[in-house]
Design a protein around this ligand. Structure first.
Ligand code: PLP
Length: 389
């Protein structure tokens, strides 16, 4: 078998080793310091990190927790909705968005997304609202804000809560027509995020946080995340053990300082891809909603299909790239309403056609702050060669 050799350094979908290399001395120093101080749970770095993230996010209250899925669960718990309440979620998202509702005995109700931005379609949300709806969870997928203006309006009009799952769009902003500029995650009653290592702001393990503008809700969320206790051994609520480890908070304090520059690098890479991949028939680069900035957690193409009975062209492109030693990932190959775990909700194939089509047509290319210009050129050239020969 002939061995193909890449005309650049090996390309990874995510390269945390390379991303951490320039700041390794800083990370080592805080690891050492945390080890020496020995306050591994609720140490001082946790509140310091919360304060610094708050400053980054327009002074919203920040409540750290153990991971992004817990953050969603805690957000829903803080709404105190009766079991059976319907929670509208995007039909195209990571499973955690529905999972958090399902484990609480709430009913996830998918609503279809827009084919251009992949984000929740406000018209589909409106059609899914019923007297049993208690909340809408919007996901800012791949790093670009959903239509926050329309969704905020809909939530207010129908008296339901808006939760923003901001695991993929930390630092993105949305500017409503003739309106203010909002930070993603600060528009809903509660915003949630994840510090899973692959996220734009990743810990060296699991982590998450909640945001809210309501001080009383912040206090309640902080209690819920710590066994529902109001003071030690006094439990007023049924809570969770969901705390951010001191060591992760200390590492995140370092990484938060680099987040703005990493975001700019991601945006430059995306612009480079846009220019190199523009105008290829059947290959669609990410569509920008001009009201939102895009922090490019993922750079996701849509690959047109020829006919339903033909081989999937997206899969063919992925296989071609793999032969060239270029990684790519399908986020997400199977919509949540067709996952075995959610069969009990009773949905069938065909009910959320946009989400289902995206699962067959999307392909995410490598985009991370350590990717070089040269590597981006190589990836884009391979896509173009595949599409045009
Ligand atoms: C990563 C992610 C989550 C879950 O975060 P964890 O920290 O892994 O629990 C939830 N929602 C979305 C959209 C995500 O991308």
């Amino acid at each position: 078998m002939p061995t193909f050799s890449l005309p650049c350094a090996p390309i990874h979908m995510l390269d945390l080793r390379a991303q951490h290399a320039p700041i390794q001395h800083e990370l080592n120093a805080v690891l050492q310091q945390t080890l020496e101080e020995g306050a591994f749970i609720q140490g001082p770095a946790v509140q310091q990190f919360a304060d610094e993230l708050s400053a980054y996010l327009d002074d919203v209250y920040v409540v750290p927790c153990a991971n992004g899925t817990d953050a969603l669960q805690l957000a829903l718990m803080s709404l105190q909705l009766p079991a059976g309440t319907e929670i509208i979620v995007p039909a195209f998202t990571y499973v955690a968005t529905l999972e958090a509702a399902a484990v609480l005995g709430l009913v996830p109700v998918p609503a279809d997304v827009r084919p251009d931005t992949f984000n929740l379609d406000p018209a589909a949300v409106e059609a899914a609202l019923t007297p049993r709806t208690g909340a809408i969870i919007v996901v800012h997928l791949f790093g670009q804000c959903a239509d926050l203006a329309a969704l905020r309006l809909l939530a207010d009009k129908h008296g339901v809560a808006l939760i923003e799952d901001n695991a993929q769009a930390i630092g993105a902003t949305f500017t409503a027509e003739a309106g203010p500029t909002w930070m993603a995650g600060t528009v809903g009653e509660v915003g949630t995020t994840s510090f899973f290592p692959s996220k734009n702001l990743g810990a060296l393990g699991d982590g998450g946080a909640l945001y809210t503008r309501d001080q009383a809700r912040a206090t309640y969320l902080r209690q819920l995340a710590n066994h529902g206790q109001t003071r030690k051994y006094h439990h007023e609520h049924i809570g969770l053990n969901s705390r951010l480890d001191t060591i992760q908070a200390a590492l995140l304090r370092v990484k938060l300082r680099y987040l703005p520059q990493w975001t700019v690098t991601r945006q430059h890479i995306a612009a480079h891809y846009d220019a190199a991949l523009g105008g290829i028939p059947g290959v669609h680069t990410p569509v920008r909603d001009l009201r939102s900035t895009h922090v490019f957690h993922q750079y996701t193409l849509v690959i047109d299909q020829e006919a339903p009975d033909k081989l999937n062209r997206r899969d063919q492109l992925q296989a071609y790239l793999q032969l060239q030693q270029i990684p790519s990932v399908v986020y997400y190959p199977l919509p949540n309403h067709l996952q075995p775990a959610y069969a009990y909700l009773g949905y069938q194939a065909g009910q959320f056609p946009v989400a289902e089509r995206l699962c067959r047509t999307v392909l995410s290319l490598p985009i991370h702050p350590a990717l070089t210009q040269e590597q981006v050129t190589v990836v884009a050239a391979a896509v173009r060669t595949w599409a045009t020969t």
